[in-house]
Design a binder for this molecule. Structure first.
Ligand code: CTP
Length: 406
């Protein structure tokens, strides 16, 4: 993989780590990339444009509305042509603006104009990286297919220590190379993904549901799109925005999800059931709001097992299920894989903090029907998504007997 001949935009924001962007720029140009640097107003307070201009050999973009700046429209065209945009370092403010599509300066305008991949290397102080607002913005960006690197842990400029340090220059370059050369290994595939929880009504205002956020499924849909697949995303209620380009089918209940899945199943070549389908629903949902403070007995009835039904139809699609386990993960997962008759099971241990349900990261075991087991290390769900897809591609390539034995 090479950066030679690549047209890149390097956005730099107002973090004390802005000086590290100088090293990044030097390395990018050394690797042969043509780089246009865009500094936010605050970045200029940390490192002057002259350094970047000298190293990039190009004028530095500083402010969209500066009457001195060259034709802004031309530079938006540059963003459209750029092979990738990398923002390093990115402040919490930049993450917030990018997540919400705010374009109030040159860099954020370029981010909206960019057609290629976007890689963001955050750097910030203290507990900011952990703040729920920042976590939500990072999740939004990742669900949209933006690569947001994890900052490094260690000493911070304020004297505090924590996660917030600008990642190593090599890590930024590696992420950029990966984003620039996305494997188009799913071109021609039609991927059906289910995501999120389902909601099973008890009465008109109450429901049974679970803690699924939908991040894993949305991450898979975005990754499959990047890799060239046509994607249908069938999702229960989540707070996420579906990745652009996916056919999006919102549903509420398991029965609605079942119907949508069966309807979209025939052309699918890969089915990934990341949804946390509620196992039970109220046998009889009340037509009006249940009143009173008395004991209430709710009769539940099992929902249809959509995954097992899909597998039983033997359409020839590669079928992937998910399992949430709290103990003896591998043994339970193997039994589930065989019980449902699917090709691959992605199992996670939901008893561990910080992974699985409603978390940003995941750490999963991949068990396949041919007896293989692979443990993936803990990583952001966006990366888990790509690792799962790579595993599917590898299994398909190495398992030509699958169709006859399905
Ligand atoms: N699934 C489904 N339809 C259901 C229940 C689950 O399609 N009614 C799918 C999920 O999308 C997921 C997998 O099956 O891919 C999870 O299997 P399940 O048997 O529900 O696993 P757990 O919830 O972990 O089950 P258990 O309580 O038996 O451990």
């Amino acid at each position: 993989m090479s950066l030679a001949g690549r047209e890149l935009i390097l956005g730099v924001t107002g973090s004390i780590a802005a000086y590290k962007a100088v090293y990044l720029l030097r390395e990018l140009t050394r690797l042969g990339a043509a780089v246009t640097v865009c500094l936010t107003e605050h970045a200029r307070a940390f490192v002057g444009p002259l350094t970047f201009r000298t190293l990039s050999g190009r004028p530095v973009l500083t402010d969209l509305f500066d009457p001195q700046s060259p034709d802004a429209v031309e530079h938006v065209a540059l963003a459209e042509r750029a092979h990738a945009v990398v923002v390093a370092p990115a402040t919490a403010n930049l993450l917030a603006k990018a997540a919400h599509g705010i374009a109030d300066d040159f860099l954020t305008t370029l981010l909206l104009a960019a057609r290629g991949p976007v890689v963001i290397a955050p750097a910030m102080d203290g507990g900011m990286w952990e703040h729920p607002a920042v976590r939500a913005n990072v999740a939004t960006l990742r669900a949209r297919g933006v690569t947001v690197l994890e900052p490094d842990a260690g000493a911070l400029a304020s004297g505090l220590s924590g996660r917030g340090r600008f990642p190593e220059v090599d890590a930024v370059i590696e992420a950029l190379e990966r984003a620039l050369v996305p494997a188009r290994d799913l071109a021609g595939d039609r991927v059906l993904v289910t995501a999120g929880p389902t909601r099973e009504p008890i009465d008109p205002v109450r429901y049974i549901s679970n803690r699924s956020s939908g991040k894993m499924g949305y991450g898979l849909a975005a990754a499959a799109l990047r890799r060239g697949a046509e994607v249908t995303l069938i999702s229960g209620p989540t707070a996420l925005t579906p990745p652009p380009g996916a056919v999006f089918v919102p549903v509420q209940t398991a029965e609605e999800m079942r119907e949508a899945v069966l309807q979209h199943l025939p052309p699918a070549t890969i089915v990934i059931k990341a949804a946390a389908v509620a196992d039970y629903r109220a046998k009889q949902a009340a037509a009006s709001k249940i009143k009173g403070k008395r004991d209430l007995t709710l009769e539940l009835t099992p929902n249809p097992d959509i995954l097992a039904e899909v597998a039983a139809r033997r359409t020839g699609a590669f079928i992937v299920g998910f399992a949430a386990e709290t103990h003896d993960v591998a043994a339970h997962a193997r039994a589930k894989l065989e019980g449902k008759g699917i090709d691959l099971l992605v199992a996670n241990d939901v008893s561990q903090r910080g992974i699985g349900f409603d978390a940003e990261d995941n750490e999963v075991l991949l068990l396949d029907r041919w007896g293989g087991t692979r443990a993936l290390p803990r990583m952001p769900k966006t990366e888990v998504a790509d690792a799962i897809l790579s595993h599917i591609v590898a299994l398909r390539a190495g398992a030509p007997a699958k169709k006859t034995h399905a």
